[in-house]
Ligand binder design. Structure first.
Ligand SMILES: Cc1ncc(COP(=O)(O)O)c(C=O)c1O
Length: 614
């Protein structure tokens, strides 16, 4: 609440007083208060009283906007927890040394969690080799390293990884790689030099758009980005820039004491972290709306969070955690009545939902969900079956698209214009995406969707009505390729007391080569079936039955904790989740988990196992 809000409150109060019936009790109280104030002010000269009143209002307004801006500054700095941790770590005396010791133990956990360097690559290279290495030796080293990776695309669809690999092996993968190679040097940024890449990009955008209802909408266009995250960043950037240009926003921004972060991004709690990244990068406040028990964001909840400050609202089709389809049409209607644009994140569902075989039809979730749907992201590099590095962002209307462009007219390097975040881009990835879409066609995608829904059905049946039903339960209301499951509420549990430790089940599966995603709130696992893994549903059910039995036995023997709150000692989703859980259990709490994740990410970036690389 800054100065404009105080002024509005005062005006409202004045209007209420002017319009109130003469016998209203509030009016009597107001008159009594006013008489008391008159008695006080009578002791001062009128000009002194006026000056003091003005100064008091200005001071209150200043204080309030300082508080608002402090809140925004703290969010930018990473939150109160982060600031408190930094202050405590540098404090002298026993407090500082105990926090530093805790942080050192977190660093030790990081060193355990970082994957080792493949031996085939030899010791880390810290400088450019003095002499070159012959090409065959270079390739030998690379092939050996790739062969050692846990996840490899095979000729049969028996990958054991959730998501991760999407395209089918064999002919399709050979085609996309050949298409990539044919365009290896092209760069769509230099449109005049590579007109073919430009034409291919327009085709990919239009073909992808046709799956999400762009064809039925007059003015939808977009471009290729490096991935779902970049598409989301672009949509949020465009929304922020467009919102900032609205007359209302200009007036609010010009008001003295205006908040430094004038716009909100309204997100279901299940929305991808890319939206939080976008808000942090582009200075928006995140307003998180909890999803309902079925994992879906409800229109009433999102609608209640919309205000004139909302630059963009978000819905997912489908969400990453539980594969749930938000009430996109209802949310779009709420957005339309609030005058707020809606982004639908179709990164996961965009190439699958249109081909859902049989069953009740899905409610609209693309541009056909309503005119408020202003932008959509969908990913050729996931279920569009192309190589990593290709997503499509679709923006409705030229003003929104132009709000995502950067232009420079006074740069010594000449005139400059580019869409979205990057400059140079890979024409090879554009060509691979084009090849994947044209090669599969609607019929190919329909065939893949049928196998994906079939695989999800096998796992779902085993959990809902088969041998796993006593111990596991499907979470939410999945409608696409993702199936999430946690410990059954009525799980038999060892001795009927302890809930199954589902992260430990994930560990037991990992020991058999599976890589399921670990979810939190509540602890759960999910499997996202892709054309690379559709053949593995039966094997997953068999291994799950064994893993559940093993974890139950370990829990009965007291070797595993209660699954209602899995602990690191239970080996939960080792190493990363277990270590993060351990950090959460330390006295550092949530700030400790954040510190752990940052150190872990830094260790991945620097290869330093938490140590700085010189
Ligand atoms: C629903 C959803 N949105 C966005 C993303 C981000 O995509 P990317 O990893 O390509 O940046 C993902 C990734 O899994 C996703 O599942």
């Amino acid at each position: 609440m800054g100065q404009p809000s105080i002024t509005a409150a005062l005006l409202l109060a004045a209007a209420a007083v002017a319009l109130a019936p003469p016998d209203a009790p509030a009016l009597a109280a107001f008159k009594a208060g006013r008489a008391a104030l008159d008695a006080i002010l009578a002791r001062f000269r009128p000009s002194t009283a006026a000056l003091a009143g003005g100064a008091a209002v200005a001071a209150a307004s200043f204080l309030l906007s300082a508080l608002v801006n402090l809140g925004a500054a703290v969010r930018v700095a990473g939150g109160w927890g982060r600031l408190a941790l930094a202050a405590a770590a540098s404090a002298p005396g026993p407090l500082g040394s105990s926090v530093r010791a805790e942080l050192e133990s977190v660093a030790a956990q990081v060193r355990e969690a970082v994957p080792p360097r493949p031996a085939s690559l030899g010791p880390p290279r810290t400088r450019l080799p003095a002499e070159g290495t012959p090409a065959p030796a270079v390739l030998r080293a690379l092939r050996a390293a790739a062969a050692g990776d846990g996840v490899r695309l095979g000729a049969t669809p028996t990958s054991r990884a959730s998501g991760t690999l999407y395209l089918p092996g064999g002919d399709h993968a050979r085609l996309t790689s050949d298409a990539y190679a044919a365009f290896i040097h092209s760069n769509p940024m230099h449109a005049a030099a590579f007109p073919s890449a430009l034409a291919l990009e327009r085709d990919v955008v239009a073909m992808a758009g046709s799956l999400v209802g762009a064809g039925g909408v007059a003015d939808v266009g977009g471009f290729i980005t490096s991935g779902g995250t970049e598409s989301i960043l672009t949509a949020v950037l465009a929304a922020r820039n467009l919102a900032a240009r609205s007359p209302g926003a200009l007036a609010r921004a010009a008001a003295p004491g205006a908040a430094r972060r004038p716009f909100d991004l309204v997100l279901p709690s299940s929305a991808h972290p890319a939206f939080h990244k976008a808000a942090a990068m582009f200075g928006l406040n995140v307003v998180v709306v909890p999803v309902r028990a079925d994992g879906r964001a409800a229109a009433a909840d999102v609608g209640a969070a919309l205000t004139p400050r909302t630059a963009l609202a978000v819905a997912s089709a489908v969400s990453f955690p539980h594969g749930a389809l938000d009430d996109v049409a209802g949310i779009a209607a709420a957005c339309a009545s609030a005058g707020v644009p809606l982004h639908v994140d179709c990164c996961l569902g965009g190439f699958v939902l249109p081909f859902k075989p049989g069953g009740p039809p899905l409610p609209p979730w693309g541009f056909d969900a309503g005119p408020a749907v202003a932008s959509i992201s969908l990913d050729p590099h996931k279920f569009g079956l192309s190589h990593k590095g290709v997503s499509v962002v679709l923006l409705r209307g030229a003003p929104r698209r132009r709000a995502a462009y950067t232009t420079m007219v006074n740069w010594p390097g000449g005139l400059y214009a580019s869409p979205g975040l990057p400059g140079s881009r890979s024409g090879a990835l554009v060509a691979a995406a084009w090849a994947a879409l044209v090669h599969q066609g609607r019929a190919g995608f329909a065939r893949h969707a049928a196998s994906i829904y079939g695989a999800v059905g096998v796992l779902r049946a085993a959990i809902e009505s088969g041998p796993l039903s006593a111990d596991l339960a499907v979470l939410g209301d999945p409608v696409g390729p993702v199936l999430a499951f946690g410990a059954a509420a009525t799980g038999s549990g060892p001795g009927g007391r302890t809930r199954l430790n589902v992260w430990a089940v994930g560990d037991a599966l990992a020991a058999k080569g599976w890589r399921l995603s670990a979810l939190a709130h509540p602890p759960a696992l999910h499997m996202c079936f892709t054309p690379a893994s559709v053949g593995s549903a039966g094997a997953l059910v068999e291994d799950l039955i064994e893993a559940v039995a093993a974890v139950k036995a370990a829990q009965s023997a007291g070797r595993q904790g209660d699954g209602a709150k899995p602990t690191a000692d239970a080996g939960a989703m080792a190493p990363l989740y277990g270590q993060a859980t351990k950090a959460a259990g330390s006295s550092l709490g949530a700030a400790g988990v954040a510190a752990f994740l940052e150190m872990y990410q830094d260790a991945l970036v620097t290869g330093g196992g938490g140590k700085e690389v010189k």
